[in-house]
Design a protein around this ligand. Structure first.
Ligand code: MLT
Length: 211
């Protein structure tokens, strides 16, 4: 574990010399930098993994940005934290020597929300994303160019935290800015299932064949 570069984080190098993307793992509320480490190789074996811990504490529970209530975000903080995380990704690329132009986020819940915020506010930071149980983080003031950016949305049909029309709105928002969105619905709630992992793995295998 290293506290350098502005975020406590884990870095797990992948197969040397491979052209696989680096996976940026972003945990949910109350998680940490170790939570999703096993998910990386399950999704894309051999890929390097960068896994930061959210810098915000909600009564001791790490998050990537502040919220005012469940599903109600502190937009000013979200914007600032989004830029902070984008800067971290760039600094980590220089530090560890991975390709900053080939980073795919894998975010769950709060982590998915900061990942899509990064796409909306800092296009170019992410080459793509797997967003699991995401919701609309914010509506950007100026339109990002997300042309051809592949995005996988893994939603739960019975998610008590994210209303289905909010996920549909996120898909429309990203598509409107040019992203290539794959929206999948699992017969599940907010928790991830084996089927989420299987479906996301098939998606990333397809995407990395052409990236
Ligand atoms: C968020 O706050 O990002 C979402 O409500 C999901 C969560 O972390 O509970």
């Amino acid at each position: 574990m290293s506290a350098d570069l502005g975020f406590i984080h884990r870095w797990v190098p992948g197969v040397a010399g491979s052209s696989l993307p680096t996976l940026l793992l972003l945990h949910g509320t109350g998680g940490n930098e170790s939570d999703l480490l096993s998910l990386g190789p399950m999704l894309l074996s051999g890929a390097s993994v960068l896994s930061p811990r959210g810098n915000v504490s909600e009564n001791g529970a790490p998050r990537f940005f502040r919220r005012l209530a469940e599903g109600v975000f502190d937009i000013e903080d979200l914007i600032a934290r989004t830029h902070e995380l984008a800067e971290f990704v760039g600094a980590a690329a220089a530090h560890y020597g991975f390709d900053a132009g080939n980073v795919i986020a894998v975010g769950y819940s709060n982590g998915a929300n900061i990942a899509s915020s990064m796409m909306l506010l800092r296009p170019g930071t992410l080459a793509g994303g797997i967003l699991l149980r995401p919701m609309v983080p914010l509506e950007p003031d100026s339109p990002p160019d997300l042309s051809g950016t592949p995005v996988y949305l893994g939603a739960g049909q019975m998610d008590p935290i994210v209303p289905t029309d909010n996920v549909t709105r996120l898909a429309e928002l990203l598509e409107g800015y040019g992203a290539t969105v794959t929206l999948t619905w699992q017969p599940a709630g907010h928790n991830l299932t084996r089927e989420d992992v299987q479906s996301a793995r098939e998606w990333i295998e397809g995407v990395t064949r052409v990236v």
